[in-house]
Design a binder for this molecule. Structure first.
Ligand code: PSU
Ligand code: MN
Length: 323
């Protein structure tokens, strides 16, 4: 753990999590930007609660991460999830990793993106995490340089961590994102797929080199990643369910329109991802929202199963070592 964890005025870890973190029981971190900025009310609260349930059902403890009134929260009460979901005066900021110090110093409240969630969760000793889609390389990044900090965090040296997601949205440049992950040395393993998923679309047509079918093998891969002290996170990419997958033509139309509206309204920077998600949901008459919710919950369940399998594996390895 880093030194902020020794200062209780900076950090609140939900009571139930203390023992699990100390004894190596399975814990899954969940990001909160998808609650406050990614999904509309009340679907966002429903999804956040369903994710926590799914992690519990899988045999792990959920820890939704956020910064509330300047204090890092690892694990959230229902009340807190509701505050994030209602985002009442739109006063909840979107914090990526670099925003954390300013938000804490000013006592502000922020939901954490994948990069900020991973950074904080890892510092608290959490190894597993789930989200919907990660940020990636935006289309036109050659000119705008808009590449999500999520990728920098995934490739950052530090204690290894595994993240379950459904790839990246097709509003981003998917091939460029995969190339960037390769450069960063981030292992990408398909979970019950051989293709990199495109978020609300089942497939991107881009083949992966590795795939697993069940949590035990995923846990074994992660434990070797850890044993070798690989200095990156690892991605398990799980597609949305194929019968919910968005129709390709409808998705393409919505994407083109949303991207052109963003350009004509001059929307850039951290506002662009929430804008595109919201517009695409409207333009697909809620279809993308339905898939979005399903895949987020499913990823939380899978992360819980992998975390539980990892704990069993670690226990077996410890038993073998004791004579
Ligand atoms: N993708 C989604 N929904 C989301 C996000 C991404 O489908 O809510 C959020 C995540 O929190 C992710 C962040 O970490 O957006 C990336 O933002 P940016 O593209 O500004 O880096
Ligand atoms: Mn960006």
């Amino acid at each position: 753990m880093t030194n902020f964890s020794e200062n209780p005025s900076h950090l609140k870890i939900k009571f139930k999590l203390h023992d699990s973190l100390a004894t190596g029981l399975p814990v899954v971190a969940l990001e909160s930007t998808l609650i406050s900025h990614g999904l509309p009310w009340p679907d966002n609260l429903e999804t956040a609660l369903a994710c926590e349930d799914a992690v519990h059902t899988a045999g792990a403890l959920p820890a939704t991460v956020s910064i509330i009134d300047g204090v890092i929260h690892i694990g959230s009460s229902q009340e807190l999830l509701e505050r994030l979901a209602r985002n009442k005066q739109a006063d909840i900021q979107k914090a990526s990793r670099r925003d954390i110090p300013a938000i804490m110093a000013t006592g502000a409240t922020a939901a954490t993106t994948v990069s900020a969630t991973a950074f904080l969760a890892r510092s608290a000793g959490i190894r597993f995490m789930a989200t919907g889609g990660i940020g990636g390389v935006h289309r036109g990044a050659g000119q705008t340089f808009d590449i999500s900090c999520d990728l920098a965090e995934l490739g950052r040296a530090g204690q290894p961590m595994a993240l379950v997601c459904s790839g990246v949205k097709s509003i981003l440049d998917i091939p460029a994102t995969l190339e960037k992950l390769e450069t960063l040395g981030v292992p990408v393993v398909g979970y019950q797929t051989r293709e990199f998923p495109a978020f609300t679309e089942f497939s991107s047509g881009l083949l992966l080199d590795h795939s697993v079918g069940e949590p035990e093998l995923a846990a074994r891969i992660f434990s070797i990643h850890e044993l070798l002290d690989m200095p990156t996170m690892m991605l398990f990419a799980q597609p949305c369910s194929s019968d919910l997958s968005l129709d390709v033509d409808l998705a393409e139309k919505a994407r083109v329109q949303a991207l052109s509206e963003a350009a004509s309204q001059g929307i850039t920077g951290k506002a662009i991802t929430p804008f595109l998600l919201g517009r695409i949901s409207q333009l697909t008459l809620g279809q993308s929202l339905r898939v979005n919710k399903q895949l987020i919950i499913n990823n939380a369940a899978t992360a819980g199963q992998i975390a539980a399998a990892y704990s069993r594996l670690s226990q077996r390895q410890a038993d073998q070592r004791t004579p």
